[in-house]
Ligand binder design. Sequence first.
Ligand code: TEU
Length: 538
Amino acid sequence: MKKNWWKESVVYQVYWRSFYDTDGDGYGDLEGVIQKLDYIQELGADVIWLNPCFESPDVDNGYDISDYRSIMSKAGTMETFDRFLQEVHNRGMKLIMDLVVNHTSDQHPWFKESRSSKDNPKRDYYVWRREPNNWRSYFTPSVWEFDDQTEEYYFHSFAVEQPDLNWENPMVRQEVYSFMRFWLDKGIDGFRMDVINLLAKQAGFPDAENPEDISYLGNNPGIHEYLQEMHREVLQHYDIFTVGEIPFVTPEDGLLYVGENRRELHTLFHFEVCDYMIHWDMQRYKEIQRRWYKGLWEKGWNSQFLNNHDHTRLVTRFGNDSIFRVESAKCFAVLLHLLPGMPYIYQGEEIGMTGVRYKSIQEYQDIAMKNKYKEEVEKGRDPGEVFKSLVHLSRDNSRTPVQWDESPNAGFTKGTPWIKVNPNYKEINVAQSLADPDSIFYFYKKLIQLRKENKIMVYGDYQEVLEDHQQIYSFIRELDHQRWLVVLNISELLVQVNVPESLSIAGKEMLLTNYKNEVDSNVEWALRPYEARIYRLL
Ligand code: TEU
């Protein structure tokens, strides 16, 4: 199997506005990330994924860009960015930025021109139609917004303030390639590409049978021609890494984006788990991993994640964020770092931060949640019911400020945080984690070190065992003459399993576990709640 630096990397995601605020405006900033780079380096991460920090009216937290060549003032200046990039490289780490080119902000000069008149040379930079169809967007009941100026509708896959670019227009593509080169020539190490398989639109925009299933937004004919052109014109000219955010795809579709002979992207995020699994579902998760391993292994590279800035923190959504918070956090860490693919750590995951429950919709900031709340209440649903139905998957669950210590606002800011700090910061914070040798932080550090020293975690074949077990997730990784066994009890139960001789762990070296001592049982596999173990069989 082809070896690449990025395949062997662990990525740490920095949602800078909630990371560390150095100027007291209540928003994290790039200076704050610079001041915490030693912390990220100590964890052992190789690559930093920075969420968008370009000029933006900030309607969707930076995913609505109005100038692709400048830094949002909340985040800092271009000088801060250049110093940040230098400091990342000085520590031997790499930086990937967020490429948001399916849409811009409606405040981008391109859109201001485009909506000004039908004859404007930039009219065709966006998607205009005289008649809407019945499609809905991620954030609104319709993808079409009527514009009084020219009495036509423009297309938006997300908020009305995020009009989609028309990728059929070669001028648009060249504009994008030009500013991609601008950042790559600065020395960044790649891109995380936002909803990159939404660029091509369905010809003729036919009405959908089920408008609620928005998969019509993505994976449409023409998308691979665009990405192969991007590869030809930009990506192949740099030693970089790319990961595409790619919803609505099967492993077969996914391989068309990341196949090593496709000359498109290196890796992808698929959303079969995060977009559809509300709570932990063992059999469903195993089945998804099985299909993607079979579909991609030795042909394309997958990613492993269970939370990010759009998806609720994993201990709250899939684990146990109260009595077994530490055990479940460590258990899922082993799962994500031992499964085939690149592991991503979302800021705060390494200390076991949890989701949040604010008391009212007014305390939430996320446009997706606020839009959905408004849409459902306008349909006449009970506001209280609607609110309750939205809190579990609200994106704000993972956007609360990083909890650095027990000081006011968890040491995140000397000002008023843009979003309320999770009230559990006195129990859960970085200072406490760094002071405790058995903390989740040091467990992640050990896992990452294990990966640096053992390529079996990167290139080892994967073979599941006990496929049908409801609580136990177990598999073998094998490379050359090495064989590792991973055993995870992903439940709150004490689980005892009689296993065949081939899986006997008697006398086998235990490489890592999240429990101090062995459980006293005469059954070979006896595992406590969220117990995780890695054995060297050969
Ligand atoms: O997210 C797209 C999005 O809506 C994700 O929540 C979803 O899980 C995924 O695409 C699969 O459907 C991206 C950004 O991550 C998000 O923060 C932005 O709001 C959005 O695009 C628009 O740029």
